[in-house]
Design a protein. Structure first.
Length: 205
C-alpha cells in the first residue's frame, strides 16, 4: 500500500536519500550473506563442511514488494553465490543454469568447503523462500567418520534469522538504476522500466 509518488528518483544510483525513504516506509531485507569459516586447530585433520541447510519455522508469506537499491555503480567483484532455499530440505548448491550455455545439461553442485588446520575462508550464500522463515542456517562439519551439525553465526554473532518470503510466479525485483526505477521479472529474466501504478494494484507485469 506504499505511495511511491514521492520516491526520490533524481539520483543516477541509489544513495542516502533513497535509503532514508525506504527505511521510513518499510523494513530492510537481506538476501545475500558472506559466511566466514575457520579451522582453529593448529594441527590435525581437514574439516569438511557440507550440507549447508536451514532449520526453522515457516509462516504465511508477508504481503509486499522487494525494492533493491544498488549502490555498487557497476564496481566490485562479482561472485557466484551458493543458493539456499529456506522452505525446502535441499542443501545449498551452485545453480548451473546461471552459467548460461556453459551450464546447460550440467547437474547442480552441492556446496562444500574443506578447511585445513589454521585455514580460513569465505562463502557467499543467496537465500530464498516462498514462505516467511524464522530459524537458523546450519552446516555439517566432518572430521574422518565423525560429523555433527552446528548453527552458522551471521553479522554481529546472531544465529537466528528472520527472512521474508517472496512468491516466484510473478516475483518482481524493483531496482533504482540510471535515475529511474527498473523491474526485473524473476520468472522470465525480463527487465523494463516500472509502472508503479500497475504493480501496486496487483496487475501482473
Amino acid at each position: 500500500m506504499t505511495d511511491f509518488t514521492d520516491f526520490p528518483f533524481a539520483a543516477a544510483q541509489c544513495g542516502d536519500e533513497q535509503l532514508n525513504w525506504l527505511d521510513s516506509k518499510g523494513r530492510r531485507f537481506q538476501r545475500d550473506y558472506v559466511v566466514q569459516v575457520r579451522n582453529t586447530a593448529r594441527s590435525g585433520s581437514i574439516i569438511a563442511l557440507q550440507n549447508f541447510h536451514a532449520e526453522g519455522e515457516l509462516a504465511q508469506q508477508t504481503e509486499g514488494m522487494i525494492l533493491e537499491c544498488d549502490r555498487l555503480e557497476g564496481s566490485g567483484v562479482v561472485t557466484e553465490p551458493a543458493q539456499l532455499r529456506l522452505d525446502t530440505d535441499v542443501a545449498a548448491y551452485f545453480d548451473k543454469s546461471k552459467l548460461g550455455n556453459a551450464g546447460t545439461g550440467q547437474p547442480n553442485m552441492p556446496l562444500g568447503y574443506n578447511l585445513a588446520p589454521g585455514e580460513t575462508g569465505q562463502i557467499v550464500m543467496s537465500l530464498s523462500s516462498i514462505a516467511d522463515f524464522s530459524g537458523n542456517l546450519m552446516v555439517s562439519g566432518a572430521v574422518g567418520k565423525e560429523s555433527r551439525d552446528f548453527p552458522i553465526a551471521l553479522e554481529g554473532g546472531e544465529q537466528n534469522i528472520n527472512f521474508l518470503g517472496a512468491s516466484t510466479s510473478h516475483q518482481v525485483m524493483l531496482r533504482v538504476a540510471a535515475g529511474r526505477l527498473e523491474c526485473d521479472v524473476i520468472s522470465t529474466k525480463e527487465s523494463f522500466v516500472c509502472d508503479i501504478s500497475r504493480l501496486t494494484v496487483g496487475t501482473p507485469p
